[in-house]
Design a protein around this ligand. Structure first.
Ligand code: FES
Ligand code: FE2
Length: 451
């Protein structure tokens, strides 16, 4: 397969994007980049078409014949487990007239019959049945030529399934780089790894996708204000700096993670985010002493795998206000336009965790970060307002006549990295910092401007 050609960058847009680069160096971001329709098209062509894109988790397709349907930005994807147990990803579009081949979200089948004229494909994408066959096409029809179109690359990392439509994308482990070390802690810490519970939850928000990516990538600063109700209800500490303790880690490739420890005023954090004690030897078998050291005192992990897969592993009920529960959600900000995002949210839990722990953790996830979850509602209300305010004449002026730049200066030239940090990346000894957001936009900008 040859490399996809990309639309050339209009010289005017190129100049504006170079100016964005200059602004980022001094800690500002022009507001027009959020909702500009040309930028959206460029992002699809130049970022999503050459990145790894998260499609789901292996536990969603355990048995031969299992399948799920997903989206790779605007490409419908059919992900299958073949009879031989292999994972395959195809464009979910019939080779006859392009109809959406499989309209169901998930299931188990031997093959897929198109609802238009009835062509049938196997789990491996082969065309195995054609209505009226020889009578209309003759015996010479080469069915191999009409197999489903596979995505050129498909790889997994601790059960997380990623695909790319770029045949030349670097191997997934290289793409994840240092983030892999932290993903070991989140999804590779037990012998049997994680499982997805329930179907991924989905909802559409009138917001640009980058806002979710950068929020989860490094915005611990918003918590005490946006999620004020958790403080008022006594679920979060009163200390206004309570999410600032810990490290923000900036990784190559636009990835980042924040590792938040508990407020020093509240005493020690239960080890491993309150995971059941009988699981600890399992963690100790699978993680290095340095990874265990980082995890032991952590209250919350949140971060983003560039461009649009975020994750959050909080511990709710910290501060002695009742019982602690930890969960992990992976969430994808699927861009469906410059001002619309479809949120896909998976809940993951250690396969070997006790059932009651899984149940309680799931309930806590749905109540906080499900589509109607309290904290989710807080966030998307704000993100929608940002998107609204970015559509006006002043905010979207590319010549910056109205000083329409946003402030990303937090910590710029003020906070030095912590040389003692045991993990990969540049780790700063606070999470009230916008180094992660600057790095996200620098990567974003370089992909848009470099061919
Ligand atoms: S479009 Fe699928 S069989 Fe005709
Ligand atoms: Fe939030």
């Amino acid at each position: 397969m040859t490399r996809r050609s990309r639309a050339t960058l209009d010289p005017g847009m190129h100049k504006h994007l170079l100016e964005v680069q200059e602004r980022l160096a001094v800690g500002t971001l022009p507001q027009w980049v959020l909702t500009d329709p040309t930028v959206y098209e460029l992002e699809v062509e130049r970022i999503f078409a050459r990145s790894w894109y998260f499609l789901g988790h292996e536990s969603e397709l355990l048995n031969p014949g299992d399948y799920v349907t997903r989206w790779y930005v605007n490409d419908p994807i059919l992900l299958t487990r073949t009879k031989e147990g292999e994972l395959k990803a195809f464009l979910n579009s019939c080779m006859h007239r392009g109809t959406l081949l499989c309209a169901a979200d998930s299931g188990n089948r031997k093959g897929f019959t198109c609802p238009y004229h009835g062509w049938t494909y196997g789990l491996d994408g082969q065309l195995i049945g054609v209505v009226a066959d020889d009578k209309v096409y003759g015996a010479e029809m080469d069915r191999d030529q009409w197999a489903l179109r596979p995505l050129p690359r498909l790889e997994t990392f601790h059960g997380l399934i990623f695909a790319s439509i770029d045949p030349d994308v670097p191997p997934l482990a290289d793409y994840l780089g240092g983030l892999g070390w932290y993903l070991d802690i989140l999804v590779g810490r037990t012998d049997k790894k994680m499982e997805v519970r329930g179907a991924p939850l989905r909802w559409v928000v009138d917001a640009n996708w980058k806002i979710g990516s950068e929020n989860f990538g490094g915005d611990a600063y918003h918590v005490a204000m946006t999620h004020r109700s958790t403080v008022e209800l006594g679920l979060s500490p009163k200390d206004p700096l309570f999410t600032s303790y810990g490290h923000q880690v900036v990784l190559d490739g636009g990835h980042s993670i924040s590792v938040i420890t508990k407020s020093p005023k509240l005493g020690p954090t239960p080890p491993y985010q309150g995971q059941p004690e009988h699981m600890w030897p399992n963690f100790e078998r699978n993680l290095s002493p340095q990874q265990l050291d980082v995890w032991r005192d952590t209250a919350v992990f949140h971060g983003t795998c560039f461009p649009n897969l975020s994750f959050l592993s909080p511990m709710h009920g910290a501060g002695g206000h009742g019982h602690l529960t930890n969960f992990l959600t992976m969430r994808q900000w699927r861009p469906v336009g410059p001002d619309k995002v479809e949120v896909w949210s998976w809940f993951l839990i250690d396969k070997e965790a006790p059932e009651e722990f899984k149940e309680e953790s799931y309930n806590r996830y749905v109540g906080t970060f499900g589509p109607g979850g309290t904290l989710e509602q807080d966030d998307v209300e704000i993100w929608t307002r940002i998107t609204d305010t970015s559509r006006g004449l002043m905010a979207r002026d590319k010549n910056l006549n109205y000083d329409n730049v946003m402030n990303y200066v937090m910590g710029l030239d003020r906070v030095e990295p912590d040389p003692e940090w045991p993990g990969p990346g540049t780790a700063y000894p606070t999470t009230f910092l916008e180094a992660a957001q600057r790095s996200f936009y620098e990567t974003w900008n370089s992909l848009l401007t470099v061919d």
